[in-house]
Design a protein around this ligand. Sequence first.
Ligand code: BGC
Length: 427
Amino acid sequence: MKRALRRGVCGPLLAALLLASLAPAQGGNRAPGGEVEVLHFWTSGSEAGALAELQSTLHRKGHLWKNFTVANGGGGLAMVMLASRVNSGNPPTAAQIKGAAIQEWAHTGALSSIDDVANTDKWNALLPRNVSDTMKYNGRYVAAPLNVHRVNWLWIDAAALRKANAKPPATWDEFFAVAEAMKKAGIIPVAYSSQSWLDMGTFESVAIAVGGVDFYRRAFIQLDPAALNSPQMIQALTTYRRIKQYSSNASSGQDWVASTSMLTHGRAGMLLMGDWAKAEMQAAGRRPGSDILCIAMPGTAHAFTFDVDALAMFQVSDRNKQAQRDLAHAVMDKDFQQAFNLAKGSIPVRQDVSLDKFDECARRASADFKASARRGTLLPSLAHGMAQPAHTVARMWDVINRFWSNDRMGAGEAAAQLARAAGQAGR
Ligand code: BGC
């Protein structure tokens, strides 16, 4: 991250734009307790609503809550802003960051241990091992997990499917047949957002469908150049590009809220997106599981690409230490995990929360999460920073985004660039 700043990723213009996008600090009058400032990129209606649950808990404990909001889905810009805050010696209390970035930040010494809270509240017993491991550095908790998002979802408007006289697709061939049928019925088949993190979110699932789970691991977790620049990768890229001919014209640069809204309001038939989109559909009164069907992205029903949102805890003054502990405690509270995840579209990361109040898609996500963990097909999402450090992911995002945007770029060239982008990482 620091390297990205040094390389000038955050030039003066970008910095000005970023600062302009920051929401004003909120929180009301002076509180008797401490202060928590949380850096995050949750700006859609459902995201802000979910976070408000945490805010009220901290208010009830007498702490002042400040949002440091960086408007940008997927969080790429939020990470740049975070680096700038930490580098200038003014870190927030906590920041919404993901798996590999938590380790990177901990390695710089910027994070603070919350082991006292985690031990008292028995986090080891409540969290799946593959999640708790990513929340720790040198065996000590430095971040508190909020949820589990499933990335490899396909959402289908049930009415559009009926109109096209089609069935939910299980493979990419079936998907393109459904898309063709929708097109003939006068429906835009795919609401698509082409932004680098979203392009990669779709592409990584296509790679699983084409190459399988082991291929995904070799390419995106081990960064094996022989897998990255391989015939399977070229085939995955070719399949991925076919989605474009069925996508809305306005897809380029469109944010995820806009494409989700196209599906929600019947302006497109399908959406390839993680379950944060479900929260927006629900907020608009659509019923996931009946009005809008949720199925795994084609060819990935046996796998689960996961994205865990977490609050990493930064070094704070003694005055605010208790507020930070209260924040960590609140994140893992059982009732909070239920309320937050009902609003966020994800599933609770605590394994003992009842899913009775959750919709059918959340229940399916939970069952698939457990089944994938048993079978060894639970995969950290590359697109969402769960598998590689931020600068590696950014380079790989960029290749897929350029491949989607530029029809003249061949799949062979893109595969070669992907291998180079992964290899340059860390230099
Ligand atoms: C985050 C979600 C968020 C989504 C859209 C994902 O990377 O994990 O919490 O809602 O991006 O901003």
